[in-house]
Design a protein around this ligand. Sequence first.
Ligand SMILES: NC(=O)c1ccc[n+]([C@@H]2O[C@H](COP(=O)([O-])OP(=O)(O)OC[C@H]3O[C@@H](n4cnc5c(N)ncnc54)[C@H](O)[C@@H]3O)[C@@H](O)[C@H]2O)c1
Length: 409
Amino acid sequence: MVETLGVAVIGAGMAGKAHMAAWKAAPSVFSSDVPALRLVAVADLYEPLARECARRFGFERHCTDWREILEDDEIQVVSVVVANRLHREIVEALLEAGKHVLCEKPLSDSLEDAEAMAEAARHAEERGVLARIGFTFLRAPGVATLRELIDDGTLGRVRHISGRYWTDYGASPQAPVSWRYRGGPGSGALADVGSHLTYLLEFLAGPVREVSGGRLTTEIAERPLPLGNVVGHQHVEVSAETAPVENDDYATFNARFEHGAGSLEVSRVATGHPNGLVLEVFCENGSARWDQERPSEIGLALRGDGPRVGGFRQVILGPAHPYVAGGMAMDAPGVGWGQNQMFEYQARAFLEEIAGVPRDQALPRCAAFDAGLHNMRILAAAADSALAGGATVALDDASDELPLEGATP
Ligand SMILES: NC(=O)c1ccc[n+]([C@@H]2O[C@H](COP(=O)([O-])OP(=O)(O)OC[C@H]3O[C@@H](n4cnc5c(N)ncnc54)[C@H](O)[C@@H]3O)[C@@H](O)[C@H]2O)c1
């Protein structure tokens, strides 16, 4: 095992900071038997942000041109955390330069680019260079618990599943236009949060075989131009000038999974739900639910409890559940955690894979780009369904093993 790996993060916006904090923590969550990390560089086009983030998270330097990272022999691992349409150029160049890449979801903003990236990743892997995509919520202890309860027969076979990811970052018409509001049909809320949701429902119910009932709507057709740098979902001072919103504020579709059918609904204009990701799965022996706004618990209803005492019970998650024991400095029952820890586990999983920690001693691996491509194919099928008035669209890439890494660390 190499002793030290050098890390860089490209993109210092909302999720970029989560990656920086995650890399800082990754060698110390669960155990210390992975390579030490040198936090080498932060790259962001906006220099004040790059400088501030490097200082805040303990990276040695910053730059505004990500190409500097290509040449830097002290960097072996890079997080790519910029707008989706920029992923391909940066990722391909990094892989070519021999850097291991952890790219944010969705893989890209077009199927064509995603296919090229998956191809580049396959070639890179032949040279021992890894490319992975971070579907962060896979690491939520509650989500992993649902998967365990399905796999171990407590819940048993999935009958049907429901997921919604309601957000409200675009609920105000004064929210300025940014890269998130630009792109073709399906590149809005569907790509942004629907990519997470789709991955998670597949994690529980198996690969999507077919989608139907697609619908995309744009509720706010024009948005003001920002007067300053916009990070993530921030609202900044805006100009009187507006630009058209090109993509979806709301999307919904139905899917037939390997196990059962289900519905998915996403929004970025759902006032009151800043991060409203909820999954509910209905199985032969009972039902279970996980809600990102209450991440330290699941709801569980077991049919065997009968009508007198049956019904949804609250199960507080703790060290008996995946990702908790050792996953936090204080891993006592009931301490609670949040989305930032998921980024730590994701970084840790990538670090373990790069270091060659065997699967049976490691966290579930991060998804390969082929899984990211499959995820984009589902989103594209949902958009195609919407454009064809809700028509049924088959998925023919039969990626049976892709998103179904084991649940338990
Ligand atoms: N896993 C998650 O939970 C999660 C959450 C949020 C975002 N994301 C993903 O992370 C990515 C970034 O999203 P975000 O919300 O952090 O975006 P953001 O707009 O907040 O940040 C993007 C940053 O990239 C910088 N940038 C733009 N062009 C650049 C270039 N050529 N070189 C270097 N930096 C450049 C911008 O200055 C900005 O600071 C997206 O792919 C998004 O889907 C994932």
